[in-house]
Design a protein around this ligand. Structure first.
Ligand SMILES: C[S@@+](CC[C@H](N)C(=O)[O-])C[C@H]1O[C@@H](n2cnc3c(N)ncnc32)[C@H](O)[C@@H]1O
Length: 250
């Protein structure tokens, strides 16, 4: 690999992570607290079937509770970011040592290699940790991204899996409290179907201004999978709607 490519990977890991993400996450911990608590609450209600977890897009696990990870006997963690394993160990290593959870890191494109990874680990649950919404930054062809994300549930048929991912993101003209946003959305339309009218209501609930970005993840879950929407102030006055869901095999 050329030096230029190595440095680029360190800085932005293919446009989806790397040093940029780590510095931003480190500096945003206070602003993200409520969102992290929502994710933790969602995860604590998920009951994975296996004691082995395949954790896809682990990064440093900035938004991941150690308490949830500690229930597993073995975690295989995948990321393309060369810094992920060191920072993940720094953040979660001590809790995982206490729970005697074995942790194996893989620097790999886990979406491109998903079929092989699934074959290699037939008795494992999977968690896609805020990675699917980044697929369109790496694969620039929108139709291909949507197609690949839609097909994921077929590839994962019979498996126990979940994901939290970006659904929509963009600027807001108001200072907002995530607790109020969530309450507002639940009050107005719940349960929901992710059609364009619903997306529009989500965007309006965050007082959108300017252009909002569709992460093309609306088709990741089947319509009958129960999912939760979580507001996230990624940067001051720049919001994301995250979708979290867990799909157990029938
Ligand atoms: C938004 S960050 C989320 C990180 C993590 N969930 C956290 O809370 O810190 C997305 C991560 O997914 C990784 N990633 C993106 N595409 C990937 C792929 N195809 N395979 C493995 N990791 C990927 C990026 O390198 C990045 O670390």
């Amino acid at each position: 690999m050329e030096l230029r490519e190595i440095l680029k990977n360190l800085v932005d890991a293919g446009g989806t992570g790397g040093l940029n993400w780590h510095l931003h996450a480190f500096n945003s911990q206070k602003r993200w607290q409520t969102t992290v608590a929502y994710i933790e609450n969602f995860l604590l209600h998920c009951k994975p079937r296996h004691s082995h977890l395949l954790l896809i897009g682990c990064s440093a696990g900035w938004m991941m509770p150690s308490s949830w990870l500690s229930q597993f006997e073995l975690i295989d963690a995948y990321d393309i970011d060369p810094l992920a394993q060191y920072l993940f160990n720094w953040r979660h290593g001590s809790a995982l040592r206490k729970s005697a959870t074995q942790l194996l890191h893989h620097r790999q494109d886990a979406l491109a290699h998903l079929p092989e990874i699934l074959l290699e680990h037939p008795q494992a649950s999977l968690w896609f940790d805020n990675v699917l919404g980044q697929h369109r930054y790496r694969v620039r062809n929108e139709a291909q991204v949507e197609n690949e994300l839609r097909r994921l549930k077929t590839t994962l048929l019979g498996r126990d899996w979940g994901s939290v991912h970006d659904l929509l993101s963009g600027p807001s003209h108001a200072a907002l409290d995530p607790q109020v946003c969530l309450h507002d959305v639940r009050q107005r339309v719940y349960p929901y179907a992710l059609d364009s009218a619903y997306n529009q209501s989500l965007v309006q609930s965050l007082y959108a201004q300017g252009i909002w970005f569709d992460h093309l993840t609306g088709c990741v879950f089947s319509d009958d999978t129960p999912t939760t929407l979580i507001p996230w102030e990624f940067k001051p006055r720049y919001w994301h709607w995250l979708q979290a869901g867990w799909q157990s095999p029938n």
